[in-house]
Ligand binder design. Structure first.
Ligand SMILES: Nc1ncnc2c1ncn2[C@@H]1O[C@H](COP(=O)(O)OP(=O)(O)OP(=O)(O)O)[C@@H](O)[C@H]1O
Length: 822
């Protein structure tokens, strides 16, 4: 064979073709076992249903006959202990064997049904689990003043109280028999892994080398109970929809018929800066859907029906959760000391460790010193040794704490190693690939990588981002050295799919980095990421970095990480995820006064802060445009960046804002993540952010490098529900300052000066954005009313008409208040 790339049917490369066949074979193999698992679950369900029938407790039969459901469940459970069913369990748990039953406990009130032989079993006792949860130490939540949120659970996930956020079933009687088995207060996203450990008697003690394998006799029962519990949760999740976050992430599971594209509504996006991500893929019909409760979710009528997660995947989740917990405990041990040191220093960014002690090349250390980096930051100190060891790592560290260098340095080292070994290539392979969600971030990381590798002859860093000419990219890649590539997923995929020589270069890849990993593994990007990962060699190191890593992302991260990856968390469970020196506040003001309030806040800030540097985040690109024009008319020193602007313009403004002060940047979510604008003094977020993670990342544009800053969230009264999502963060609610008549008049005049077409576009974009938010989007009449109020607040006398087709897609046809174009 000539050695050149061969193309297989469907335009697949040899490796893709091989992998496709391996995958199909695996799927086939799993078919049988899946069937049995389904049977098992069906039995469990019928058992639960039966238990909830009135008088079921009293009438509970012995149910030991050969055809009884309990016997069947037991038989099926036995089946899972046999060879071939191992994937149901975590393989690290050791061989399965019958364990002695732990001492029995009868659930109070008889509400908790036992699933095996009618005898009470510790492992299946929900109430016990909850009691155990309540007994566990809750290190930081009480201190943070959020102890009122589901006491025992708050410590483990203070962010989520799904029940209180839910708008329509929030008044559900949680103690009603139908939901009794869930207990009155639970934090479902983290309960299972924690409870399994408690149940096993391991609690939060450090695990020994054997981890869960040493956990004791009740392990098997506990695992079975956990499996059952998982099933119960997922049943409930399906029934009650999106608030069951862990289970709602199945939207994107294999085989799900939920396309991530072609959901855009006419000209105006359904979501804020889907814009940003749309551009990255170069596909203007793409929108990104989100996991948050404040996002387009299962309940939204625009979406295609969800396909339920297969039971096999769910059971894999179980194994994943156990692994996660084990890692968490391990990391808590490893990082506990460091974190304590970090906390005692009052969040000072730097540690005493110097870069020359980190085992990186002296030339890189020289470049670091030139850039003023002498000591490592906390995240660098924690992550560098593990990354340099060659392990897969998932890293969580607060915004602005130096994550970029923590992965760029290993990237440079892997290139140096790769170059030593591969001397016979005519065109050097790409040794390190860094993926990030936005163009601005890619440009920034490329610049930083160039600075850090400047003394290494022959190391080339290039970026591949949307908004530039494909052919030019291609030529640049071929002519200039490129061992480190920083790319946004859409454009990278274009190159992988359209240029076989590019795919060949990626075959030498040693290191893959996903910066803002939670976002890249989010639904809008995940398919692209899967395709990209599919075209990369399996023998590689993978690093995932972000300031926010929701539980579901931890699980999804298994897609790209090796099983034995390390989780480095410098934030800590239950700790506040935002920089401590950023003063956060929330103002609730009617929509009609939002523009006036933004103006007032800016004026006040400018008066107090000589070197002010402010970022104003708006919900969509068109609303950003409106806000920018209005503020410019008010003679404020403003700039704008959003996805509707050409890339060259975006880059220029981004650089200008980075290098200046006494400037206000009005922007959309293209600037939410990763971009490092030094010394931002204030971040204002106007309107409800798409989700909690967006809030944290936007806020993280200030208070970087341990500096202080301010963040203000401006909400309309009906948007206050969002406070439930971020209730654990130290946000103070303030009463809005009064706006005097003269100032109000000035703002009104400036609003009048904005072009009508911009206002109309802002109205449509606003409607699209809020329609994508499940909490409001489902009540279309209310949404139309609010949109019209927003329209009036920006000077529209009557709501602009929309295309019938768009209204239809948005579920707004025939909704009172929505005008349709004739
Ligand atoms: N070791 C160091 N010494 C001094 N400054 C550093 C060091 N590491 C990083 N910095 C500086 O800290 C700032 C924030 O770094 P960086 O942008 O990498 O943060 P991040 O954690 O990636 O933030 P985000 O979560 O927003 O992406 C930058 O200005 C960077 O120059």
């Amino acid at each position: 064979m000539g050695g050149g790339p061969r193309t297989f049917p469907g335009g697949l490369s040899k490796w893709q073709y091989k992998r496709m066949h391996e995958k199909l074979a695996r799927q086939k193999q799993r078919g049988l076992i899946r069937h049995e698992k389904q049977l098992y679950l069906a039995r469990l369900r019928s058992e639960i249903r039966a238990s909830r029938l009135p008088g079921a407790d009293a009438a509970a039969p012995p149910a030991e006959g050969p055809t009884s459901s309990r016997a069947h469940i037991r038989a099926l459970a036995d089946r899972f202990r046999k060879p071939g069913a191992e994937d149901l369990w975590n393989e690290d748990d050791g061989p399965l064997r019958r364990a002695k039953r732990p001492s029995t406990s009868i659930p109070p009130g008889g509400q908790q049904r036992q699933l095996d032989s009618g005898k009470p079993r510790g492992g299946a006792n929900w109430k016990d689990w909850e009691d155990l949860a309540l007994e566990q130490p809750r290190p930081r939540m009480e201190a943070a003043g959020a102890g009122g949120k589901g006491p025992g659970l708050a410590a483990f996930n203070p962010k989520r109280d799904y029940r209180t956020v839910a708008p329509w079933w929030s008044h559900w009687n949680w103690n009603s028999p139908s939901l009794g088995f869930f207990g009155p207060k639970r934090c479902y996203s983290v309960m299972s892994p924690c409870t399994v450990n408690w149940q096993l008697g391991v609690g939060l003690r450090p695990l020994g080398a054997g981890g869960l394998a040493k956990a004791g006799n009740g392990r098997e029962e506990a695992a079975l109970a956990l499996f059952n519990q998982e099933r119960l949760y997922s049943v409930a999740a399906r029934r009650f929809g999106r608030k069951w976050r862990p289970d709602s992430s199945d939207e994107d599971e294999e085989g799900a018929s939920t396309p991530k594209r072609n959901l855009r509504f006419g000209k105006f996006g359904a979501s804020s800066e889907e814009d940003s991500e749309i551009d990255e893929s170069g596909d203007t019909s793409t929108i990104r859907r989100r996991w948050s409760s404040a996002a387009l979710r299962n309940c939204d009528m625009k979406k295609e029906r969800r396909v339920l997660k297969s039971y096999e995947e769910e059971s894999n989740d179980l194994a994943g959760r156990i692994r996660e917990l084990r890692e968490e405990i391990k990391n808590r041990e490893v990082l506990g000391t460091e974190r304590r040191r970090y906390e005692s220093r009052g969040e000072s960014l730097l540690t005493s460790k110097r870069f020359e002690e980190c085992g990186i090349s002296p030339l890189t250390v020289k470049a670091l010193n030139d850039a003023g980096y002498v000591q490592t930051t906390v995240v660098q100190e924690a992550a560098l040794p593990i990354c340099l060891e060659g392990k897969d790592v998932l890293v969580k560290a607060k915004t602005g704490t130096g994550k970029s260098a923590a992965f760029l340095l290993p990237a440079i080292e892997s290139v140096l190693n790769g170059m030593k070994r591969n001397t016979n290539h005519r065109v050097s392979p790409i040794f390190a690939l860094i993926l990030c969600p936005t163009r601005e971030l890619a440009i920034q990381l490329t610049a930083e990588a160039n600075v850090l590798s400047k003394y290494h002859e022959g190391i080339g860093v290039q970026s591949l981002i949307g908004g530039t000419r494909f052919k030019l990219d291609q030529r640049r890649l071929e002519s200039d050295p490129c061992q480190i590539l920083v790319a946004t997923p859409g454009r990278l995929l274009d190159h992988i799919e359209n240029k076989s020589s590019f795919s060949v270069r990626l075959m030498g890849l040693k290191l893959l980095v996903l910066d803002e990993a939670d976002h890249l593994l989010d639904l809008g990007f995940r398919k692209d990421i899967e395709k990209i990962v599919d075209s990369l060699p399996r023998q590689r190191q993978t690093l995932l970095f972000s300031a926010t890593i929701p539980k579901e992302v931890r699980r999804v991260s298994q897609l790209v990480l090796k099983r034995d990856h390390v989780f480095v968390d410098t934030v800590g469970l239950g700790a506040v995820e935002t920089p401590t020196k950023v003063q956060q506040s929330c103002l609730v003001v009617p929509h009609e006064l939002h523009c006036h309030m933004v103006h007032l806040l800016l004026r006040e800030h400018i008066d107090h802060e000589v070197d002010y540097k402010v970022i104003v985040f708006c919900t969509t690109a068109m609303v950003t445009e409106f806000m920018y024009i209005m503020l410019r008319d008010l003679k404020l020193n403003v700039r704008e960046i959003h996805s509707r602007k050409p890339q060259l313009y975006r880059t220029r403004i981004s650089e200008e804002f980075r290098d200046s002060n006494r400037l206000i940047l009005v922007t959309s979510d293209v600037s939410t993540r990763g971009v490092n604008y030094p010394d931002v003094t204030l971040v204002i977020q106007v309107g409800v952010p798409p989700d909690r993670e967006h809030y944290i990342h936007r806020l993280g544009r200030t208070g970087r490098e341990g500096k202080s800053g301010k963040g203000i969230l401006l909400l309309a009264p009906w948007e206050e529900y969002f406070m439930n999502e971020i209730g654990d963060l130290p946000i103070e609610k303030h009463t809005a300052p009064d706006i005097d008549q003269e100032m109000k008049q000035k703002v009104d005049d400036s609003i009048k000066n904005v072009d009508m077409s911009i206002k109309e576009a802002a109205y449509h974009a606003w409607l699209g954005y809020y329609n994508s938010i499940a909490d409001i989007g489902r009540d279309k009449t209310m949404l139309a009313d609010l949109a019209n109020r927003f329209g009036a607040s920006i000077g529209l006398e009557k709501p602009p008409a929309m295309y019938r087709k768009t209204a239809l897609k948005m579920g707004l046809k025939d909704v009172p208040g929505i005008r349709i174009r004739k």
